[in-house]
Design a protein. Structure first.
Lengths: 174, 204
């Protein structure tokens, strides 16, 4: 395995490309996402999308905020060579709903809002609450791991170079 | 950032290595050994220690109270003293004036000034209470996975150092490369391709 600090910086691009691919998949191929996660009811872009363009030796950051925001400016940035560096997602599985942000360079989860759990009123409630929270967190972490694993397998395959990149470009230009 | 907060941040780790003997007993002993001291007796700028998740200001791990099903849940507490620079400046000036008056001299050497400043900082550190910061974590020993409930760089770095010191186990932070290498289930051929991967833009 590579040195951890070197690997973190060298592979930031992989996380950003993952988020870019994820946005593309959400918009164009929900069926495949359902195949990746059979429990998935819906996965959508939430209230924030951050893109970064580092082409031409300049760094340009585009942040799109707000519920049901128009993402056209993001598509325009993609067309110019930007990648998604942060995404806010809305995830529904069964009757439950999660919202969270995912950062490309670290794959860190932040601002995770989970389905409601019962109140903790007595010390006896605590154990159940912790186990329930852990289960709900594991669902989100499992989703991220699952999607990222499919992405990485695609990313190292010929399919990525021969088909996926041009499909993403076509979508961004549509 | 707490496990039961309404909004949570998670940094994911893989734990490398195994503990000797009974897991719960070993963790209990290590938590006790490296627990947050109850009395702030010294002038240290920062103290790090393990504490209970459910009661972070009175650490108690008796009866394996940190075990919740398959998870071990506890917290790292960092008590940090933060002295405003202007306060140091004021006490330093007063102390220098006192030294000059006591000795009848007109100036102090560089070394003496340094010693006076250290004395002032230590004295203020003893008088000023530390601000506690508590970071929960959940460790699934069987799955060798650990969730640390903060994305703060300084907190994660302090946690990684303190965890290794306490338990003698390495933590591998899960970011794109390590997730691809350890979680994605790549074949050895795919792993080789991963090592050669470059950003798509530069491949055009």
């Amino acid at each position: 395995m590579l040195d951890i600090a070197v690997a973190y910086n060298r592979y930031k691009f992989l996380g950003n490309e993952f988020l870019t691919w994820l946005w593309f998949m959400i918009e164009t191929d929900q069926n495949r996402l359902h195949r990746y996660d059979p429990d998935l009811v819906a996965l959508n872009i939430g209230s924030r999308l951050v893109l970064e363009n580092t082409r031409n030796n300049a760094k340009e950051t585009i942040t799109i905020k707000g519920e049901d925001a128009n993402l056209e400016e993001g598509l325009l940035s993609l067309k110019k060579g930007a990648v998604v560096t942060e995404i806010h997602l809305s995830y529904k599985s069964g009757a439950q709903h999660w919202q969270f942000s995912l950062k490309g360079e670290s794959l860190n989860i932040s601002n995770l809002k989970m389905p409601e759990t019962g109140p903790v009123e007595t010390p006896e409630d605590l154990e159940g609450a912790v186990i329930e929270k852990a289960y709900l967190m594991k669902k989100v972490i499992g989703l991220v791991n699952n999607l990222f694993s499919h992405f990485v397998k695609l990313r190292v395959s010929d399919e990525w170079r021969n088909q996926t990149v041009s499909r993403i470009r076509k979508w961004a230009s549509s | 950032m707490g496990l039961l907060s309404s909004r949570i941040s998670i940094t994911r780790y893989k734990v490398s290595g195994q503990l000797d003997g009974s897991v719960h007993e070993t963790v209990y002993q290590k938590l006790k050994q490296h627990a947050m001291p109850k009395i702030e007796e010294d002038g240290s700028e920062a103290i790090v220690g393990w504490t209970s998740f459910e009661n972070p200001y009175a650490p108690n791990f008796e009866g394996y109270s940190f075990v919740f099903g398959a998870y071990m849940v506890f917290a790292m507490r960092i008590d940090k003293k933060s002295i405003p620079p202007k306060l140091i400046q004021k006490h330093y000036a007063l102390e220098i004036a006192k030294h000059l008056a006591d000795t009848g001299r007109h100036f102090l050497s560089g070394n003496k000034k340094k010693a006076v400043k250290e004395h002032v900082v230590n004295t203020l550190n003893r008088r000023i209470p530390a601000t506690p910061n508590v970071y929960d974590l959940a460790w699934h020993y069987q799955e060798a996975s650990l969730w640390f409930f903060s994305n703060l760089k300084s907190a994660n770095e302090a946690f990684e150092t303190f965890f290794i010191k306490s338990f003698g186990l390495q933590l591998i932070r899960l970011f794109p490369y390590t997730t691809a290498d350890l979680i994605a289930g790549l074949s050895s051929g795919e792993r080789d391709l991963l090592l050669k991967l470059a950003p798509s833009q530069s491949e055009e």
